[in-house]
Ligand binder design. Structure first.
Ligand code: FAD
Ligand code: SF4
Length: 501
C-alpha cells in the first residue's frame, strides 16, 4: 500500500493532520496543485492569488528541504494532475485533510480517482466540528459570549487557580471602544519585500486573462511560516500593549491601527490559533500588559474565530440563501471601483481594500456591511463581493460573518440585533466625515448623508420585523417621534438614490 498526501492551499502547516501521521518523509509522496479553473470561480483580489500561490510554492520548497517528496503542479483542474501523480507513484490511498469549506469538501468527495480517498479530520482549529455541534446542541441560545467562556475554561486561557477569569471579569470591552481623538501614535505594520518566488507569482497573476480585482503593485504580505511568526512577534511587541482602546477606531491613512494582521496567515495554516493565543497570554504575564487589550485580542481568536467557524458547520447547508429582510438591491458598482463613490468613508475603506485586500473589523462591519444592510443590498451579492475582495476570505469565515453578523440575513441566528448605524456612529469612531462632501448632520435635506437617510428608511421599511427584536425598541421609539413629512422625504431620497446609482 502506498499512501500519498494532497495538501490544499489553505493547509500549509507541517503539523497538519494528513502530514503528521508519518515519520518516513522520503517515502511519502506529496502533491500541491495550482488550479486555474478554481480561481476563476470569482473575481479574486490579485493579492489573494499571489499570497496563496506564493505561500504554496514556499511551503513546497520548505517540505523538499526537510526531505519530503513533493510534486508541485499547475493545471486547469485538480483531477488530471492527481491521476497522473497517483499513477506515477503507484499510490493506493490519497489522504487529504478535511477542507474547511463545504463546497471544496464536495469537490474532493466527487473526484473520480483510481484509488481510495481518505479525508482526515482538520486540526487547524481548536474546536472540531463535532465538539462544536455537541456544545451547540446542548444549549437554548448560541451566544458567542457563552461559547467564549467555555473555551476559556476548556483551554485554560486567562484563568486563575480557582478556575475563575483573571481580573474577575470575562470581558473588558467597556474599556475598548474609545473614539480616535488627537494625534494617535500608531505602530508600524510589518510588511515584506517580494522575493524571487513571489515576484514570479506576481508576473503570473499580472498575465492572467480572466477578470480579477484590486491592485497588485503593493503586495507586501508574508508568504512563509517564518514571516508569519515575525508578524506575530511584531504584533506582540508593538501593538498588543495598546491593542484595546482603539480597537474600533478608524482613521484616514491608518489602515491597520493596532490590529494584528494575522488572519491571512491563520487562515492558510502559517499560524496556529493556539500559538497566537498563548503568545498573547505569555506577553500579558511577562510584561504586565493591560488586561483589557489582551483579553479583547484573545476573545477575537478563542471566541469569535472558533465560533464563526463552528457555526458555519452547525447551520444548515443552505444558510447562504438566507435573506430575512428580502433585500434585493444590486451591489453598487463602486464596490468594485472606489473612485465611483463620493461617500468618503466608503471611498477610504474601498480604496484601502483595493490596495491591500485588508480592512479591519470595524471597517468591514460598520462601513461596508452596514451600508449593504441599510441600503437593502442583496446579501448574496455582498457576500460574494467580500469573498472576492479580501485576502483572508474563505467560505467558512465569510458566510456567518457577512450574512449573519454583518447583514442579519439569518434573522438573528448569530447576532442579537442588526449592526445598523447612521453617520453619528461613523463620525464618532472615525475622522472620515470631516473630508466628505455629504453633511453628516443632515438626514433629509440637501446634501444629506446617505448613511442617514438609508438608516431611517431601513428602520421604517422593516419596522414590523424589527419590533420583534427586544434590543431595537429604544431606536424604534425614536423613529416614531419623527415627523411623518420628514420620514416621507427620507424614504423618497432613499428610493431615488437607488434609481440614479
Ligand atoms: P485582529 O483585530 O487583530 O483580530 C485578531 C484575529 O481574530 C483575526 O486575525 C481573526 O483571525 C480573528 N477574528 C476576529 N473576529 C473574527 C470574526 N468575526 N471571524 C473570524 N475571525 C475573527 N475574518 C477573516 O479571517 N476573513 C474574512 O474574510 C472576514 N470577513 C469579515 C467580513 C465581515 C462583514 C466581518 C464583520 C468580519 C469579517 N472577518 C473576517 C472577521 C474580522 O474582521 C477579521 O478576521 C479581522 O479584521 C482580520 O484582521 P486582523 O488579523 O488584523 O484582526
Ligand atoms: Fe460617510 Fe456620511 Fe460621514 Fe460622508 S458624511 S463620511 S458618507 S458617514
Amino acid at each position: 500500500m502506498t499512501v500519498g498526501v494532497w495538501i490544499l492551499g489553505d493547509q500549509l502547516w507541517q503539523n497538519q493532520a494528513a502530514l503528521n501521521r508519518t515519520d518516513d518523509k522520503s517515502s511519502l509522496p506529496i502533491i500541491l496543485i495550482e488550479s486555474w479553473q478554481h480561481v476563476q470561480q470569482r473575481r479574486y483580489h490579485q493579492q489573494k492569488l499571489v499570497l496563496i500561490w506564493s505561500a504554496m510554492r514556499h511551503f513546497a520548497k520548505e517540505l523538499r528541504g526537510g526531505g519530503w517528496q513533493v510534486t508541485y503542479t499547475k493545471s486547469e483542474d485538480f483531477e488530471a494532475p492527481l491521476k497522473a501523480w497517483i499513477q506515477a507513484h503507484n499510490i493506493t490511498e490519497v489522504r487529504v485533510m478535511a477542507p474547511n469549506d463545504r463546497l471544496f469538501l464536495q469537490l474532493v468527495q466527487n473526484l473520480q480517482l483510481p484509488c481510495k480517498t481518505t479525508i482526515i479530520p482538520n486540526n487547524q482549529f481548536l474546536w472540531t466540528e463535532t465538539e462544536f455541534k455537541d456544545w451547540a446542541s446542548s444549549r437554548k441560545r448560541l451566544l458567542m459570549e457563552d461559547f467564549y467562556r467555555t473555551s476559556r475554561q476548556r483551554f485554560q486561557v486567562l484563568m486563575d487557580s480557582s478556575n475563575k477569569p483573571v481580573g474577575g471579569k470575562w470581558n473588558f470591552d467597556k474599556d475598548n471602544r474609545q473614539p480616535p481623538k488627537g494625534k494617535l501614535d500608531t505602530p508600524k505594520p510589518l510588511w515584506f519585500e517580494p522575493d524571487v518566488i513571489t515576484q514570479e507569482v506576481i508576473a503570473q497573476v499580472k498575465s492572467l486573462s480572466f477578470p480579477t480585482y484590486g491592485k497588485i503593485e503593493l503586495f507586501r504580505w508574508g508568504v512563509t511560516r517564518e514571516q508569519a511568526m515575525q508578524v506575530l512577534d511584531n504584533f506582540i511587541e508593538q501593538c498588543l500593549p495598546a491593542f484595546g482602546p482603539y480597537q474600533d477606531a478608524m482613521v484616514t491613512g491608518e489602515e491597520t491601527m493596532w490590529h494584528s494582521l494575522t488572519s491571512p496567515y491563520l487562515n492558510i495554516g502559517l499560524l496556529h490559533p493556539l500559538e497566537v493565543i498563548q503568545a498573547a497570554e505569555t506577553a500579558y504575564l511577562e510584561k504586565n500588559l493591560n488586561l483589557n487589550g489582551v483579553e479583547g485580542f484573545i476573545r477575537q481568536i478563542l471566541g469569535w474565530r472558533e465560533y464563526i467557524r463552528g457555526m458555519y458547520f452547525y447551520v444548515d447547508a443552505d444558510y447562504f440563501e438566507n435573506n430575512w429582510f428580502n433585500h434585493t438591491q444590486p451591489l453598487p458598482e463602486f464596490f468594485w471601483d472606489a473612485s465611483k463613490t463620493d461617500m468618503n468613508c466608503l471611498r477610504q475603506v474601498l480604496t484601502q481594500v483595493e490596495g491591500s485586500g485588508y480592512a479591519h473589523h470595524i471597517q468591514r462591519l460598520m462601513i461596508l456591511s452596514n451600508f449593504g444592510l441599510i441600503a437593502g443590498i442583496s446579501p448574496q451579492e455582498l457576500e460574494k463581493w467580500f469573498h472576492s475582495a479580501f485576502v483572508d476570505a474563505y467560505d467558512w469565515v465569510m458566510q456567518t460573518n457577512v450574512l449573519g453578523m454583518g447583514l442579519f440575513a439569518d434573522g438573528g441566528v448569530l447576532a442579537s440585533k442588526p449592526y445598523a448605524a447612521s453617520a453619528n456612529y461613523i463620525n464618532k469612531m472615525s475622522d472620515y466625515c470631516r473630508g466628505c462632501k455629504f453633511d453628516r448632520t443632515v438626514r433629509s435635506g440637501e446634501n444629506a448623508c446617505p448613511f442617514n437617510f438609508f438608516y431611517w428608511d431601513f428602520l421604517a421599511r422593516h419596522r414590523d420585523k424589527l419590533q420583534s427584536i427586544g434590543r431595537m425598541s429604544f431606536i424604534l421609539a425614536n423613529l416614531d417621534k419623527m415627523p411623518p413629512a420628514e420620514l416621507a422625504t427620507i424614504r423618497q431620497k432613499a428610493a431615488e438614490w437607488h434609481l440614479v446609482s
